[in-house]
Design a binder for this molecule. Sequence first.
Ligand code: ADP
Ligand code: MG
Length: 300
Amino acid sequence: LAQLFRPLDLLGMVYRMIRQGIIDMDAMFSLVDRAPEIVDAPDAPPLAVDHGAIAFEGVTFGYDDDRTILDDVSFSVPAGSTLAIVGPSGSGKSTIARLLFRFYDPQAGRIAIDGQDIAGVRQASLRAAIGIVPQDTVLFNDTIGYNIAYGREGAGQDEVVAAAEGASIADFIALLPDGYDTQVGERGLKLSGGEKQRVAIARTLLKDPPIVVLDEATSALDSRTEAGILDTLDRVARRRTTITIAHRLSTIVDADAILVLDAGRIVERGSHRELLTANGLYAEMWQRQAQEREKGELVA
Ligand code: ADP
Ligand code: MG
């Protein structure tokens, strides 16, 4: 980790960055098996975010040399719009999110936010611009208030409460024995999957980033919990540039655009209607999930 930081950085700042920038992200993306190797250029400027438009331009990437995971992937997400990415498990969807965070650099092509190559800006500023709601939210063994406030350093209690309200978890917290000071996590109150999701959403609301990534954010939930959370996530996505990685297609029919990824290549793109008409992989996935819904195997 040492190489991530310039020697001038103070120890406390290093510690904070490890906690905020690295370890939490690792947990979010289950990347603990691999240490980040990306280093800022000494004179890298901060990302100047205007509205958070995203562009992937001919991005080719593999975790190691012998296997290409993303093959010449190009797409753009206009500021404020929602792009959904769907595709079979292992097709490279989460890898796109990891590259956007610059956990890795592509072997070819570039990724830009508001026209700036993310490889040329300070990583802390890049990550400050992006909020993520992951599939499995990791809570700190601390208070529920801390777990929300962690979204933005220095947030006041009123802002924490507002974020909790936005994530529809404020009423739940109000009923806890110690309210926002209630200990959660392994050594405290165990929260359900849906409650943890709401903590992650509150964190993201507090962070208020221009860009939001939802990586199969509701796939671990039962359908009733999911319906409530999807509603809240809609609110998070509004006015923000959003990439939503979805397993259940029923959750993304309203996306501005949908990319269908298969073995690291974009095989289809369009709106839900257009993709059904195209009668390709998306339509096939849609029909299969519709059948599963009928049989009650997949609830959504
Ligand atoms: P998806 O999110 O679409 O299910 P991922 O982007 O997570 O797929 O993974 C795409 C492929 O990359 C998979 O074959 C996966 O095994 C591989 N992969 C993911 N992370 C790593 C890693 N850290 N090192 C090597 N291979 C990885
Ligand atoms: Mg994934």
